[in-house]
Design a protein around this ligand. Structure first.
Ligand code: ZN
Ligand code: ZN
Length: 392
């Protein structure tokens, strides 16, 4: 039976699993129920090996069949601290203020669907490593799994993952080689001046004026210091100072994010930021200190693995279902896997939404994963595994 038909046969089960996970969302590194559910299902499917608690709440399941390459397939399990806004949704979150608003419930279910099919049919030769990672949302669960020996314990030659994307047609997959998502660092800048009466600014050192000058000067990191053909974003998103109208405060605090695809561009931006901050500090006679924190690295797809994903989508769903993915400045911690292994990260269309809700974006309190694409995603992973580890 063709993969799509067999997986379509248990579509209702996939919907049940997805709704169950959606109803019980868990935050980063707290995915105990979800991880237990995943492990129990994998064991039930007859997996050869299931290991829990990798990198915290991560789960790995392994299918072995003859010899052939070993590959990794990945899904994320965590939810977000968001209050679900659709009151009458039957599978609404039962945990106040926690919600699967990024569709990781769907990602986990799609990979479980592929797992069930592959465990049952075993039409492959090689080793399939199913990676269910915790804490994708800002807490670097992928890195935690790698640091816990993921690839030493389960060596693979390449790894694939997908994220749903509202607005992309349901059933299509967008995946392109090269950088597809950015590095996302954050910074906090403290401007230490000297408070004074607002009527006597000459007796103090105004951190507000210095901070405002700094916000302006930081714009030149992109416009004047980054080569025009490279991509860099510097956004100041926080500016805190003062409490009332007639007092010049002692200090100001600025915060923001820096995004880039190329590590060297990022390093240059950091050096420039420190230099500009120091210069503004000297000009205004205030102390400026920069606290810079590296976040997720850029997500960079390798050519061969991208082509493999595109070929599977074209063969299974039709050439018109393969879309190109323009790089975006959001970040994704699948990037940590791609620092270790070749691989590709794609976007599976979540559809254009319903007439009444419209297209609801990720991290929106009204968002929901589209159940119609559960079989698409499961079939994508299953066919990819069969294509990468062909039966001998
Ligand atoms: Zn998210
Ligand atoms: Zn996500």
């Amino acid at each position: 039976m063709p993969v799509l038909n067999r997986i379509a046969d248990f579509h209702d089960d996939l919907v049940d699993w997805r709704h169950d996970i959606h109803r019980h969302p868990e935050l980063a590194f707290e995915e105990h129920r979800t991880a237990a559910l995943v492990a129990e299902k994998l064991r039930g499917f007859g997996f050869d090996e299931v290991v829990e608690d990798i990198g915290g709440t991560g789960v790995v399941g392994v299918l072995r069949q003859g010899d052939g390459p070993a590959i990794g397939l990945r899904a994320d399990m965590d939810a977000l601290p968001i209050m679900e806004a659709v009151e009458d949704r039957p599978h609404r979150s039962v945990h106040q203020g926690i919600m699967h608003a990024c569709g990781h419930d769907g990602h986990t279910t799609m990979l479980l669907g592929a797992a069930r099919y592959l465990a049952e049919t075993r039409r492959f030769s090689g080793t399939l490593v199913f990676i269910f990672q915790p804490a994708e949302e800002g807490r670097a669960g992928a890195r935690a799994m790698i640091e816990d020996g993921l690839f030493d314990r389960f060596p693979v030659s390449a790894v694939w993952g997908v994220h749903n994307m509202p607005g992309l047609p349901a059933g299509s997959v967008a995946v392109s080689p090269g950088p597809v998502m950015a590095a996302a660092d954050r910074f906090t800048i403290t401007v230490q001046g000297k408070g004074a009466h607002a009527a006597a600014p000459h007796l103090g050192r105004d951190p507000v004026v210095a901070g405002a000058a700094l916000v302006q000067a930081l714009q030149t990191l992109v416009s004047r210091q980054c080569p025009p053909h490279e991509t860099l974003v510097v956004s100041v998103t926080e500016f805190h100072a003062g409490d009332t109208f007639n007092v010049l405060p002692d200090a100001a605090r600025l915060g923001g994010t820096v995004r880039y695809f190329d590590k060297q561009i990022g390093e240059q931006a950091i050096a420039s930021m420190k230099r500009v901050a120091e210069g503004i500090g000297a000009a205004h006679g205030v102390e400026v200190s920069v606290d810079y924190q590296y976040g997720y690295p850029p997500t960079v797809n390798t050519a061969e693995e991208t082509e493999a994903a595109r070929a599977v989508v074209a063969e299974t769903f039709g050439a018109d279902r393969v879309l190109d993915q323009a790089p975006v400045m959001f970040a994704e911690d699948f990037s940590f896997f791609l620092q270790e292994k070749p691989g590709a990260y794609g976007f599976i269309g979540n559809g254009e939404g319903s007439a009444d809700l419209g297209c609801v974006g990720l991290h929106n309190p009204r968002y929901d994963f589209n159940d119609e694409i559960l079989t698409t995603g499961a079939t994508f992973f299953a066919r990819l595994a069969e294509a990468q580890c062909p039966q001998r």
